[in-house]
Design a protein around this ligand. Structure first.
Ligand code: ZN
Length: 308
């Protein structure tokens, strides 16, 4: 089993000012933890290319992409919403982040590696077809899903989102597409306050109340996700892997632990083994408490790579 680890130094150059939780140190903490655990040398390291314009246009409107290009400042910050800023390197980082998904999908489809983890930022799952928001610029996971469908001719791709926030951007882009099944859990109420009423027949949205622990996740996966995934029989599974539901992460009030992230990853890998030749492409979304983020990513990667 080969697990690709796809990232790029450009992903460290996008930053949104001192004290912003979505910071370059997130990626450094992850890499440091993987090194300390002795896992880093077992991964296939790949530099993320910039996503081709055509891949971005599967998920986003051409005019809105051009507007985003025009908004990037030469210095300082451009504010897109109260929490989402661009610096001079933002779009370069965002193109690498979306490009990591394209590269990951190409690699698993070619049999170059079986699974991939994209250690990238900015995250993506709040970016809608026409709008950057919630720390997100391009909808990385949706770009990967649509690349697999459009360029590799797959008929069924599943997107699994366990970030603590609802993946409103992915839903906005993928709702109603019968080639896609999206299953997710998220805290409600919480930003961005969507997800209670699914936008399409292909959305399995499971809101969880504040202070839910890992047993709520396990219940949702067993009761709601797995039967839908079994019926759908995905040929590839993409994961929006956010780790901000961890009990140490003050971005939310959920109480998950590393073992919950390992468990949910096992369930996803099992479905992939049964239906998708084991193919899983995972990409980093949220997770802002650096110690628990890096420990949780380690737990996730150990399962993805079969290192347990
Ligand atoms: Zn999140």
């Amino acid at each position: 089993m080969t697990l690709a680890y796809i990232t790029h130094p450009d992903c460290l150059r996008h930053e949104m000012g001192p004290g912003h939780p979505e910071c370059p140190e997130r990626l450094r903490a992850i890499e440091d933890r993987l090194a300390a655990a002795g896992i880093i040398d077992w991964l296939r390291h790949i530099e993320a290319p910039e996503a081709p314009l055509g891949a971005l246009q599967h998920a986003h409107n051409a005019l809105d992409l051009a507007e985003l290009d025009a908004a990037q400042p030469r210095s300082g910050y451009a504010h897109l919403d109260p929490d989402t800023y661009m610096n001079a390197y933002t779009l370069r980082a965002a193109k690498r982040a979306a490009g990591a998904l394209v590269r990951a999908v190409d690699g698993v489809m070619a049999g170059e590696f079986e699974r991939a983890f994209c250690a990238v930022r900015p995250p993506g799952h709040h970016a809608t077809r026409g709008e950057a928001m919630g720390f997100c610029f391009y909808s990385n996971a949706a770009v990967g899903v649509l690349h697999a469908l459009e360029q590799h001719g797959l008929a069924r791709v599943a997107l699994v989102d366990f970030d603590v926030h609802h993946g409103n951007g992915s839903e906005n882009i993928l709702a109603g597409d019968e080639r896609v099944l999206m299953v997710s859990t998220f805290q409600h109420p919480l930003y961005p306050a969507s997800g209670i009423d699914p936008l399409g027949f292909n959305m399995v949205n499971v809101p969880l109340p504040p202070y839910s622990d890992g047993s709520a996740l396990r219940g949702a996966v067993t009761r709601d996700w797995l039967p839908a995934l079994e019926r759908f029989q995905p040929q590839l599974i993409v994961i929006s892997a956010g780790f901000d539901a961890h009990r140490d992460d003050d971005m939310s009030q959920l109480l998950w632990t590393e073992s919950d992230y390992a468990w949910v990853t096992e369930q996803i890998v099992e479905v992939a083994r049964e239906h998708a030749h084991g193919r899983v492409v995972s990409t980093l979304e949220g997770g802002y408490d650096l110690p628990s983020l890096s420990r949780s990513v380690l737990a996730h990667i150990k399962v993805l790579g079969g290192f347990v």
